[in-house]
Design a protein around this ligand. Structure first.
Ligand code: GLA
Length: 363
């Protein structure tokens, strides 16, 4: 029996680097997906070919961290994480194709993990709650791949719904749908891929996480979720750590304000919050680049309601909320400014909230 499973990439509308601080975020799943086709058999290994890179790669069902790198490590990580959870999966032949570009900041890694996980669980005839699935995929990424990321990407890939964003509260790990259909209010969501890849950002990511953990420890709280901006600015002695904490705390509030703005379809207010989020990521958390700042600033100057970098930072994509009639002008202004500054021509597309992981290939 051939198993087909797929899972989407994501963009985060607002709430960046809040997940591992037990804060709030508001992502959507993208229409772009990663597809897995799996023919289980009685062997003790997976034979995996992928459009993501060279192959095929052989992954033993007894694989351990350190054995594989690159895209295959995400697949092997899921096999390993399932085994450590006590779930036995069969070997077989797996083929992976992906529409989510690696390193674009659209969470190609979570799309891959969640699609592989779904295919393996289907083959093993095991049903798992989506939060448990997210934790297994995160465990694979943290311990096998070695990236100390939070739960944002996996939860989004698993819980995505067409026309809906998700308000995620990472303290109690709850996901609430929030209607997100800007097109029905005459507003477009643009995805601008800078084409600058974030391949070497893992050290910076870990450094931001360590800064937040130091700040929380100094404030005597288990996570920054329990702290206030005023306390962070007075009690955290290191000025850099204090600014990192201020980003996280103000960003949590912006997520709530953005949910309120969307509830009344107020895209002007939502855009202003995106601009404030970008400024906070640029000045306090220092995860943007001059290239991404230029894209965001130019979009707003050309008539967008708001623009912000999305994802972990140091490259990847900018998202823009723009009235339909300004879409062309914003795209042209951004391309012109970026090329004049010597950066590659960005890819600019309109996008929307798509469906989450599943055996159907719905978008
Ligand atoms: C990356 C990580 C997520 C999250 C974001 C920033 O995408 O994988 O866990 O921390 O960065 O919001």
């Amino acid at each position: 029996m051939r198993i087909s499973y797929s899972a989407p990439g994501r963009i985060n509308l607002i709430g960046e680097h809040t997940d591992y601080n037990l804060g709030l975020a508001l992502p959507i799943a993208l229409p772009q997906r990663t597809f897995v086709s799996f023919d289980p058999d009685s062997s003790r290994a997976l034979e995996v070919s992928s459009s993501l890179g060279d192959g095929p790669v052989r992954i033993g069902l007894d694989t351990v961290p350190g054995e594989l790198t690159g895209w295959a490590a995400y697949v092997a990580g899921v096999v390993w994480a399932l085994r450590t959870t006590g779930i036995a999966v069969p070997g077989g032949t797996m083929t992976i194709t992906s529409e989510v570009e690696i390193g674009s900041g659209l969470s190609s890694s979570a799309a891959l993990e969640c699609a592989v996980l779904g295919a393996l669980l289907t083959a093993a005839d095991v049903e798992l709650d989506r939060v448990d699935q997210a934790r297994i995929a995160q465990h694979a990424e943290n311990e096998y791949v070695g990236a100390p990321t939070g739960l944002l990407d996996q939860l989004t890939s698993l819980f995505g719904e067409p026309g809906q964003a998700m308000l995620i509260d990472f303290r109690d790990v709850t996901v609430q749908p929030v209607r997100f259909e800007p097109e029905s209010s005459g507003v477009a969501l643009l995805l601008i891929d800078s084409r600058a890849r974030h391949a070497h950002a893992s050290g910076e990511y870990a450094a931001r996480r360590a800064s937040c953990e130091r700040a929380a420890a100094e404030l005597g709280v288990a996570s920054l979720r329990e702290a206030s901006v005023a306390a962070a600015l007075t009690a955290v002695k290191d000025p850099v750590d204090a600014r990192r904490a201020r980003h996280v705390l103000t960003e949590n509030q912006r997520v709530l304000d953005c949910v309120a703005a969307l509830a009344s379809a107020d895209f002007v207010a939502a855009g202003a919050l995106w601009n404030a989020s970008h400024a906070s990521m640029r000045d306090d958390f220092e995860i943007t680049t001059g290239h991404l700042d230029l894209i965001a600033e130019t979009a707003v100057q050309a008539g967008a309601f708001g623009a912000r970098m999305t994802g972990g930072g140091f490259g990847g994509c900018v998202i823009v909320l723009v009235p339909q009639e300004r879409v062309k002008a914003v795209g042209e202004a951004v391309s012109r400014a970026v090329c004049a500054a010597g950066y590659p021509e960005p890819s600019i597309t309109r996008t929307h909230a798509g469906g989450g992981a599943g055996s159907a290939n719905a978008t």
